[in-house]
Design a protein around this ligand. Structure first.
Ligand code: ADP
Ligand code: MG
Length: 608
C-alpha cells in the first residue's frame, strides 16, 4: 500500500498544521486509505496491525466532521480500556489543536462522574470512552447522543474479547441511524463481521497487510532456554545490550509479580502491571513508565493492552504469547514509527513447536539467538568500566593521591599492579558501583545488583574507595527509607560480618540490602537488618533448621543467607530473616506444607 502526503488527503489547513506540528511527515498506509473515504461520510472497516497509525486515521476525519459552534456531542469513540481512551483523547486533542472550539474528553470508569459530567455539560463534541462508562452516562442522562454524527470503535477485537459486546450493541442501537460508523481492529473475527453486518451500511473495507510493513522495523530473535534459567538469560541480554527501556511480557499475574521482584532484587529499576492492580496504581505506573522513571515494565497482555509508549528499545516475551496475534501486538510496541526495535522471545521445552507454527502462520521473520555467556556479559561490563575510567581521567574528575601511590611505588610495586589491585578491590567490594560483579561468580542464582550494572547508577569513585563494601543505594521504587540492613551489618558487627562472609557472596549480601520494597515496621530481629517471623511448626513436627532454611530458599528462590538465627520451640519456630525480604517470605510461605503442616507464617509482633 502506498503512502501519501497528508496534504493530498482532503484535510483542512487547520488539521494539516496540527499533523505537521506532531512531526508526521507522510500519512501511513492505513491513514492514506481511510482518511479520504471517511471524509466522504461512508462507513469504514479498517484493519491493520498495532502501531500502524489507526488513531489519526479516524481522529482526523472525526475532527473535520465536528461543527465547532454546535456544543453537543457529535463524535463518540469507543475504546476497550481507560488507558487507551486517555491516549486517543490526547492524540485527538493534539490533532484538533488549531480547530478553535473543538473539544474532546475521555470518560472511563474510576474517574469521578462529576468531572466527566462537567466536561459533557460544557458542550464537548468528541467523547472518547469505555463502553461501560458510556452506558452509565447514557442512563444518567448526562451523555446525549441524539446529535451524534459519527461512531468509531477502536480495537474492536479487544473490546469483544473483554466482553463488551452487549454494551456496544446497546450503544449502537441508541444512536441516530444517520450516523457514520467506523470499525477499527487488528483482526476481524466472526463476531465483528456480525456487528458490521447488523449496524453498518455498505462500508468500505480497508485492510493493510501488516507483516511486510512491520517486520523490518523489529529485529526478532528467539532463545531456547530452560524454564529455570529464564531470569538469568533475561538479565544477561539486558546487560549485554545495555537496554534501558522495555517491556517484559509474562503470561500470568503470578509470574509478573515474581519476575518484578527478582529483577528489582537484582538492581534493575522495574515496575509491574496486571489485572489485579488497582486502576489508580496502574495509572501511576504507566505515567512513570512514560516518563521513564523506571527501566522495565513487567506486564501481562491484558494490562499492557492499549498502552502506547514510544521508543521502547526492546520487548521481551519472557513467556511465549498464546498466538501470533498476541505476539504481533506485543512486539508492535517497539520499533514504532520507523525506529528499529528488538523483540526477544524465550521458548522452553515443547514451546518451540508452538513458536514454529506461529512463524508459519504469521510469516514471522525471527532468528534463533544465543544467550550471551558470562564472559560476554563481563566483557560488556568491562567496556563500560573502561569508558568510565577513561572519562574520569579525561575530565580529571578525581583528587590526586600521589602520596599514597608514591609509597606503594617506593616499596617496589609496579604501577600496573597497583591499578590491578585497586580494580580487584572494587570488584570484590561489589560496591564501586562502576563494576561490582566478580567474574568468578558462576552460580545462576542472585546476580548483579544495580551498582554492578554498568553505567546505571552514578557512583563517584571516592566513596567506593573509602568504604569498599558500602553498596550505593539505588533509586528504590517504594520505600525511600534507608536500606542496606544486611550489607551494612557486615561492616559494623563482627559477628554478623563473619557469618555473611563465610556463606554469602558480596552480591548476595548487597542484593538483600537493596531490597526495600517489603520493608515494613516490624519487630527487629536479633541480628541487625533482620526481623523475626513466626511459624506454626516446631519440635512436635520434627522440624530442623535445615528444613526452615530450605523451605524459605525454595519458595522464594532467594539465597539461604536471608535466614539468620532459628529458634525451634515445641509447637512453633521463630526465624530471623532479612528485613527487606520478610514480607515476601511470609507471603510465599503462607499455605505451603512443611512436615505435613500447612504454614501460617506471620511477622512477629512488636513486643521487642
Ligand atoms: P495503532 O492505533 O494502529 O496501533 P497508533 O495510532 O497508536 O497506532 O500510532 C502509533 C504511533 O505512531 C503513535 O505514536 C503515533 O503518534 C505515530 N504515528 C501515527 N501516524 C504517524 C505518521 N503518519 N507518521 C509518523 N508517526 C505516526
Ligand atoms: Mg490504536
Amino acid at each position: 500500500m502506498e503512502k501519501r502526503l497528508f496534504s493530498e488527503l482532503g484535510l483542512s489547513p487547520e488539521t494539516l498544521k496540527a499533523v505537521d506540528k506532531m512531526g508526521f511527515e507522510e500519512a501511513s498506509p492505513i491513514q492514506t486509505a481511510v482518511i479520504p473515504v471517511a471524509l466522504t461520510g461512508r462507513d469504514v472497516v479498517g484493519q491493520s496491525s498495532t502501531g500502524s497509525g489507526k488513531t489519526a486515521a479516524f481522529a482526523l476525519p472525526a475532527i473535520e466532521k465536528v461543527e465547532a459552534r454546535q456544543r453537543v456531542v457529535q463524535v463518540l469513540i469507543l475504546c476497550p480500556t481507560r488507558e487507551l481512551a486517555v491516549q486517543v483523547a490526547e492524540e485527538t486533542g493534539k490533532l484538533a489543536l488549531f480547530k478553535p472550539g473543538v473539544r474532546e474528553v475521555p470518560i472511563y470508569g474510576g474517574q469521578s462522574y462529576e468531572r466527566q459530567f462537567r466536561a459533557l455539560a460544557a458542550g464537548t463534541q468528541i467523547v472518547i470512552g469505555t463502553p461501560g462508562r458510556v452506558m452509565d452516562h447514557m442512563e444518567r442522562g448526562t451523555l446525549k447522543l441524539n446529535a451524534l454524527k459519527m461512531v468509531i470503535l477502536d480495537e474492536t477485537d479487544r473490546m469483544l474479547d473483554m466482553g463488551f459486546r452487549d454494551d456496544i450493541e446497546h450503544i449502537l442501537k441508541a444512536v441516530p441511524p444517520t450516523r457514520q460508523l467506523m470499525f477499527f481492529s487488528a483482526t476481524i473475527p466472526r463476531a465483528i463481521q456480525e456487528l458490521i453486518g447488523r449496524y453498518s451500511k455498505d462500508p468500505a473495507w480497508i485492510k493493510i497487510e501488516s507483516v511486510a510493513q512491520n517486520a523490518p522495523q523489529v529485529e526478532q530473535t528467539y532463545f531456547e532456554v530452560d524454564r529455570r534459567s529464564k531470569i538469568e538469560a533475561l538479565t544477561r541480554l539486558i546487560d549485554v545490550h545495555d537496554f534501558r527501556y522495555g517491556i517484559v511480557f509474562c503470561s500470568t499475574k503470578i509470574m509478573v509479580d515474581d519476575l518484578d521482584e527478582h529483577l528489582h532484587a537484582r538492581g534493575y529499576l522495574t515496575d509491574r502491571l496486571h489485572g489485579d492492580i488497582s486502576q489508580t496504581q496502574r495509572d501511576r505506573v504507566m505515567e512513570k513508565f512514560r516518563r521513564r522513571a523506571f527501566e522495565f515494565l513487567v506486564a501481562t497482555d491484558v494490562a499492557a493492552r492499549g498502552l502506547d509508549v514510544d521508543d521502547l528499545e526492546v520487548v521481551f516475551n519472557f513467556d511465549l504469547p498464546n498466538d501470533a496475534e498476541d505476539y504481533t501486538h506485543r512486539i508492535g510496541r517497539t520499533g514504532r514509527a520507523g525506529r528499529k526495535g528488538q523483540a526477544f522471545t524465550f521458548v522452553s521445552g515443547q514451546e518451540i513447536y508452538k513458536l514454529q507454527s506461529m512463524v508459519r502462520w504469521a510469516k514471522l521473520d525471527i532468528q534463533r539467538g544465543r544467550i550471551p555467556s558470562l564472559d560476554q556479559v563481563e566483557e560488556a561490563r568491562t567496556n563500560v568500566f573502561f569508558e568510565k575510567v577513561r572519562a574520569t581521567l579525561e575530565a580529571r574528575e578525581f583528587r590526586p593521591r600521589d602520596q599514597m601511590i608514591d609509597r606503594l611505588l617506593d616499596q617496589g610495586y609496579a604501577s600496573t599492579d597497583i591499578c590491578s589491585a585497586l580494580i580487584h578491590l572494587l570488584q570484590q567490594g561489589g560496591a564501586g558501583g562502576a563494576w561490582g560483579q566478580p567474574a568468578a561468580a558462576q552460580t545462576p542464582a542472585p546476580k548483579p545488583a544495580a551498582a554492578s550494572r554498568p553505567g546505571r547508577t552514578e557512583v563517584k569513585p571516592a566513596p567506593a574507595w573509602a568504604k569498599l563494601a558500602a553498596a550505593p543505594k539505588p533509586k528504590s521504587k517504594a520505600a525511600p527509607a534507608p536500606v542496606a540492613p544486611a550489607h551494612s551489618a557486615r561492616e559494623e558487627s563482627p559477628a554478623a560480618g563473619a557469618r555473611a562472609d563465610s556463606e554469602e557472596s558480596p552480591e548476595a549480601a548487597s542484593e538483600v540490602s537493596r531490597r526495600s520494597k517489603y520493608e515494613r515496621p516490624a519487630r527487629t530481629g536479633r541480628e541487625p537488618g533482620m526481623v523475626t517471623i513466626f511459624l506454626n511448626v516446631g519440635r512436635k513436627q520434627l522440624v530442623t533448621p535445615a528444613d526452615i532454611v530450605g523451605k524459605i530458599a525454595g519458595v522464594t528462590r532467594l539465597p539461604a543467607t536471608v535466614v539468620g538465627a532459628i529458634d525451634i520451640h515445641q509447637r512453633h519456630t521463630l526465624a530471623d530473616v532479612a528485613t527487606a525480604e520478610a514480607e515476601l517470605i511470609v507471603k510465599k510461605l503462607a499455605g505451603i506444607k512443611l512436615k505435613g503442616e500447612t504454614l501460617a507464617p506471620a511477622l512477629a509482633g512488636a513486643e521487642g
